[in-house]
Design a binder for this molecule. Structure first.
Ligand SMILES: [Zn+2]
Length: 710
């Protein structure tokens, strides 16, 4: 079984479970650096603060004869009186600081193993300065030592998780090289080093570039550590990039300098009149009282406060991942320092295709919360960018007349018009009316009240493309005020201003059909719109929101394969529950209403949730007729009976998949025999499913056990 599993994810970040010999750690985790010589806080303090792991230095222990003997005799857990996980660093930092380490790689590996550390590091060679060649030599030397660790069998042990260090920062080319050669050795965990000098000098953009370069190379199933993460204001950004654990001594170093951390930045204790925090330290003392204490006591208390702040920030980050608004938290935190803001702006730059490609692979397709646009660079959040990338391919066109409506005016247009309506939108540029409630278009709030130039240009590009590709005959513009309408007419080179001219009308049934088709095509791509023939919309009686899509045109074959067996199940269930059963269940449940449920709708994000009839049509159309694995995964043959019953599909049992699948997509599972087994919600993206051998790939909705589908 793998040591690492994803529980929840957002942006490139993830909440994970990291299994060590001394318990499972929930990640992202912040590991305070504990100095065995002069601990400013004790392991006992850390326990009270809720830490599950900390990091200390194996080389410092080794060099001190007394500590070395004690560690060897009692083990590191016994010596430090700590029964949870411990990570040790190997002395690389000392090497960088003093240029001399009196220990070999093999010795420090043996030592870490003998004292029983849970996460250990080889004796790497960090180089923060020097020529390209010097740095490359250091990377090659680290690689040789990593190879030695592997050849000596260290990586085979289950007791210690060994970290493969990646150096080369801040030079992306070197980081890429280091990550590439280190992945060859298949370490259970990786770590990005040489980051401390960048943090200390606020060179966040270089740090983020290096961190992203490494992540792009490293397989997603490996937990990644960042050596020396510094201030809590940077934690959210580091996690969003996909880093799972990070250590820092900053809480102690800051305390020594009388600096008081907050997630928004730091204060000098000498200048604080009030504590903006309600941790036990800040509720018990005033800044005045702390200043009057002796140095060591004040340092200790400040360090405790700083740790509280770091730990609370980690909890906030995990909550943000859970809710799907990690980007929002990142945006708040980068305000702490202009260099952080610069790094963030670089990450979301419209020309930074490389970063977008990275995030797009991981970014879930639906989230628990909507998106908040508070800065102009957020027009390039991966989820917004993805909308623009998908629009041309997935747009559903049913009329040769179009009306472009100003933002907000669309509700003033009649519903059943013969022309197709597009709404301008400052964030998304242009949105087809049929899909406007679908995530994330309806679920966004933005500070923009005017169309920025980029969005106007995107809307123009789409309209011009539509004219060409679909032979559009008439383009109208619509706005509440005449002056705005004139302006739109000019910008979009439209034929007329719409003011109630005859553009034709459509029947309600037609309107429903187009809407349903546009929504289905948006969610599953080209061709999926054919899977609905005669829809019926059911709205919520309380909110009026669309809740269910029924199909009224059902073939004889579908009745036999889906409707009848489902009625049998309804009857069985009612029997068990002691509910009355109609005399002729088939007549009562189907013949009388002549329609069957095709899709349910999640009221929060308007995601279409397939029912068995839809899954059957999807599989038949895409797999049976077109041999296309669209939004499908193939389960290993020995798991077929379980998947048919509607049990979870695990990553390790997936033998093939559609690369397009993203977390929270609604997907379909077929067997190696190509039989339809079940359908459900993807927990991870295709790229993650490919690498992980632990954890679920799809949380099923229904299986097809007993259905005569062959
Ligand atoms: Zn506090």
């Amino acid at each position: 079984m793998g040591i690492f599993e994803i529980v929840a994810k957002d942006a490139g970040g993830r909440i994970g479970k990291l299994r060590t010999k001394h318990g499972t750690i929930e990640t992202p985790a912040f590991l305070p650096v504990v100095n065995p010589h002069l601990p400013i806080v004790s392991p006992d303090d850390l326990k009270k603060l809720g830490f599950e792991i900390f990091i200390t230095n194996a080389y410092v222990l080794y060099r001190d004869e007394k500590l070395r003997e004690l560690a060897l005799k009692q083990g590191i857990h016994g010596m430090l009186k700590w029964n949870k996980a411990i990570m040790t660093d190997s002395g690389a930092f000392q090497l960088m600081a003093y240029r001399e380490v009196e220990i070999t790689n093999r010795e420090i590996l043996e030592f870490q193993k003998r004292i029983g550390v849970d996460i250990g590091v080889i004796l790497d060679v960090p180089v923060a300065r020097g020529s390209y060649e010097t740095r490359k030599r250091a990377i090659d030397e680290t690689f040789e030592r990593a190879k030695e660790a592997k050849e000596l069998g260290f990586l085979d042990t289950k007791d210690t998780i060994w970290v493969g260090p990646i150096h080369g920062a801040p030079i992306p080319k070197l980081v890429d090289y280091a990550a590439l050669i280190m992945t060859e050795l298949d370490f259970p965990m990786y770590g990005l080093g040489s980051a401390v000098p960048l943090m200390e000098e606020y060179r966040y953009q270089q740090l983020i570039k290096a961190a992203l370069t490494a992540k792009k190379r490293l397989p997603p199933n490996k937990p990644i550590h960042l050596f020396g993460a510094g201030h809590p204001a940077s934690f959210a950004l580091i996690v969003a990039l996909g880093y799972d654990t990070f250590d820092s001594a900053a809480y102690a170093l800051y305390a020594r300098d009388k600096r008081y951390m907050t997630p928004e930045g730091s204060f000098d204790l000498r200048e604080l009149r009030y504590f903006p925090c309600d941790c036990p330290v800040c509720t018990e003392y005033t800044p005045q009282e702390l200043r009057s204490m002796d140095d060591l006591t004040a340092q200790h208390l400040l360090a405790l406060h700083n740790l509280y702040v770091c730990q609370a920030e980690i909890r906030r980050i995990k909550q943000a991942i859970w809710e799907g608004n990690l980007w929002e938290l990142v945006a708040k935190r980068v305000s702490a320092h202009p260099e952080l803001a610069r790094a963030y702006a670089w990450l979301l730059d419209k020309d930074n295709v490389s970063a977008y490609e990275y995030f797009e692979k991981y970014e879930p397709i639906y989230k628990r919360s909507g998106i908040m646009i508070t800065r102009i660079e957020e027009l390039f959040l991966p989820i917004v960018r993805r909308y623009r990338e998908r629009l041309k391919e997935r747009i559903y066109i049913w009329s040769d007349r179009i009306i472009i409506s100003e933002p907000g005016a669309v509700t003033s247009l009649p519903r059943y018009l013969g022309a197709q309506v597009f709404m301008l939108n400052p964030v998304f540029g242009i949105i087809p009316r049929e899909i406007r409630s679908q995530y994330p278009m309806f679920q966004h709030l933005s500070f923009l009240d005017k169309m920025p130039e980029f969005s106007i240009n995107f809307a123009k590009e789409i309209i011009n493309w539509l004219k060409e590709a679909f032979n559009i005959k008439e383009v109208y513009v619509f706005a509440r005020r005449k002056s705005v309408a004139e302006e739109l007419k000019r910008v979009f080179d439209a034929d007329e201003i719409y003011a109630g001219q005859d553009v034709g009308v459509i029947e309600k049934e037609e309107f429903i059909l187009h809407t349903a088709r546009a929504m289905i095509r948006w969610q599953w791509g080209v061709g999926a719109e054919k899977l609905i023939k005669k829809p019926f919309f059911e709205y919520s009686p309380t909110t009026g929101v669309l809740r269910k899509i029924w199909e009224c045109d059902i073939s004889k074959e579908e009745v036999e394969k889906i409707v009848r067996p489902e009625i049998d199940r309804i009857v069985e269930k009612r029997k068990k529950e002691g509910k009355p059963i109609p005399e002729d269940p088939y007549e009562y449940f189907y013949e009388r209403i002549k329609k069957w449920l095709l899709l349910a709708i999640n009221p929060n994000n308007m995601k279409l949730i397939p029912q068995r009839l839809f899954a059957y049509r999807f599989w038949k159309h895409f797999w049976i007729e077109n041999k296309e694995l669209r939004y499908m995964l193939v389960a290993r043959s020995d798991t077929e009976p379980y998947i048919l019953r509607g049990l979870t599909l695990f990553c390790k049992h997936v033998v093939e998949y559609d690369e397009k699948i993203r977390a929270n997509d609604e997907v379909f599972i077929i067997g190696e025999s190509r039989k339809l087994l079940s359908f459900g919600k993807a927990e991870l993206s295709a790229y993650e499913i490919k690498f992980f051998d632990t954890g679920p790939a799809v949380e099923p909705r229904h299986g097809f056990e007993g259905f005569p589908l062959d």
